[in-house]
Design a protein around this ligand. Structure first.
Ligand code: AMP
Ligand code: ZN
Length: 468
């Protein structure tokens, strides 16, 4: 399997640190608002990466944090007259709802920065002890030049950075030994959340959070560290400096970054007012359509969000969903059970689509080509399945479509809603079965309804039903 590594700027063969296991960390959102569709891109992309590793039989430990202490959260809390904690808790819950809608699996662990402060204080202490950090008036800075490999991820040259850095100095930062040094711990300001530390009451810098949470939940060396491309510098560059200086080990073997999502060919930003939340999209579309749209491009290519492309994605997804519904219908009406020899031969040909799908995914997770293979399989199913097909053939091809689309995290099996009249008919059939003392059939009907969320109640006035 080939993975493009931002460190080497090349596709590299994936070799796990520990056989059969993948340890991956994805930088999560800062929770001060509903997530926008740009934030959704890394969620969907790296959830798909995880799912492909799982499909290949790897045991994946997937960690993704919530940054729940930050200037933007504090600002929002002040505006609303509530605590920062209230703001972050609310938007973590909302974010989880959006993730569920997009069928993004919950991480193995979702650590919260505010619950990991002790670990951060410990790592900052180690960095000071090793000479990689120093304290000035309560603020602790990382001594960037001391970490000789600084710049290896973003391929930046320290001297170029230095000349740009001087003009970027913020007031109060002139106490730094060097303009390249960055903050690990900062003193609290009035009204801000703060924690006790050996240096002052204050809070951590953003970069140290991820170094610490990654170490705690995945260990000192991990396989994949990921996020959007805007995080390469300075966030990930700084994470590498902190972790490798503290642990004395290579931090992550592969660094993966998704390209940006634009809107109507312009950068999506709050100031341009072209900002869309996942929640807004969900009012117009099933979020599966958004997921399908994201996977229609390679994750390292910029992707443009537009109404036309969403419509095209909706149609594309519908083609798969319709084919699946059609197969299910044929299965329920099939009169032959086992595959004929001709069907066995026909089914053997589907291996071509599976190979196409896997080849695409093995090539740095080319989901666009993987989706094409799924379309080919669907077309094949549409042309080879008919009312004469055996149940076994139909079920096998259906299972294959579901298996591959599940790797992409797409839900293609629509739950059929039972109509009230269908429920009444089944209840009548159940009553007749009971009268005829066919209790097995009566129970079967009750269970069938229960599976579809319909509860039957036997009352004196007869059988009543309600939704679970
Ligand atoms: P943030 O909450 O800004 O820290 O962002 C959370 C994640 O979303 C990071 O991995 C960002 O790189 C990513 N991200 C933010 N905006 C976009 C965008 N427009 N397109 C793709 N990824 C984005
Ligand atoms: Zn991070």
């Amino acid at each position: 399997m080939k993975v493009f590594n931002t460190l080497s700027k090349r596709k590299e063969e994936f070799v796990p640190v520990e056989e059969g296991k993948v340890k991956m960390y994805v930088c999560g959102p800062t929770v001060y608002n509903y997530i926008h569709i740009g934030n959704a891109r890394p969620m969907i992309v790296f959830d798909t990466v995880r799912r492909y590793f799982e499909y290949k039989g790897y045991d994946v430990n997937f960690v993704s944090n919530f940054t729940d202490v930050d200037d933007k959260i504090i600002k929002k809390a002040i505006e609303e007259g509530v605590t920062a904690d209230e703001v972050s808790k609310r938007f973590i819950e909302e974010c989880k709802k959006d993730m569920a809608g997009m069928n993004v699996k919950p991480a193995t662990t979702h650590p919260l920065a505010t619950e990991e402060i002790d670990g951060m204080i410990e790592m900052i202490g180690q960095l000071i002890e090793k000479g990689y950090a120093y304290e000035k008036n309560g603020t602790v800075y990382f001594r960037t030049r001391k970490f000789e490999e600084y710049g290896k991820l973003s391929h930046k040259n320290l001297d170029d950075l230095q000349s740009g850095g001087r003009s970027l100095l913020v007031t109060g930062e002139d106490e730094k030994e060097d303009s390249l040094d960055f903050v690990l711990w900062k003193p609290k300001k009035e009204g801000e959340p703060a924690w006790e530390s050996p240096w002052c009451d204050g809070r951590p810098g953003w970069h140290i959070e991820c170094s610490v949470m990654s170490k705690k939940y995945l260990g000192e060396q991990i396989d994949i560290h990921a996020g959007g491309e805007d995080l390469v510098f300075p966030h990930h560059e700084n994470e590498i400096a902190q972790s490798e200086a503290a642990n004395g080990k290579e931090f992550a073997k592969y660094w993966m970054h998704n390209a940006f999502l634009n809107i109507d060919n312009k950068k999506m930003s709050k100031s341009l007012g072209n900002f869309r939340t996942v929640r807004e999209i969900s009012e117009q579309y099933d979020l599966q359509v958004l997921r399908f749209f994201m996977l229609s491009a390679h994750y390292r290519s910029p992707l443009n969000f537009s109404a036309d492309l969403m419509e095209a994605s909706k149609n594309g997804l519908d083609r798969i969903v319709t084919a699946v519904a059609n197969l299910k219908h044929l299965i329920s009406a099939a009169t032959v059970d086992s595959m004929t020899d001709a069907e066995k031969e026909a089914f053997a040909k589907t291996v071509e689509f599976v190979t196409g799908f896997e080849t695409a995914m093995e090539d740095d997770f080319n989901t666009a080509d993987a989706v094409s293979s799924v379309f080919e399989l669907v077309k094949y199913a549409n042309t080879t399945a008919s009312g004469d097909s055996s149940k076994e053939y139909l079920e096998s091809i259906l299972a294959l479509i579901v298996k591959l689309t599940d790797v992409l995290g797409l839900i293609v099996e629509k739950e059929e809603e039972l109509l009230a009249e269908d429920i009444e008919k089944l209840i009548e059939e159940r009553q007749a079965a009971r009268k005829a003392k066919n209790f097995a059939r009566a129970d079967e009907i009750r269970n069938e309804l229960l599976e579809k969320g319909i509860i039957l109640e036997d009352t004196r006035e007869g059988v009543k039903w309600r939704k679970a």
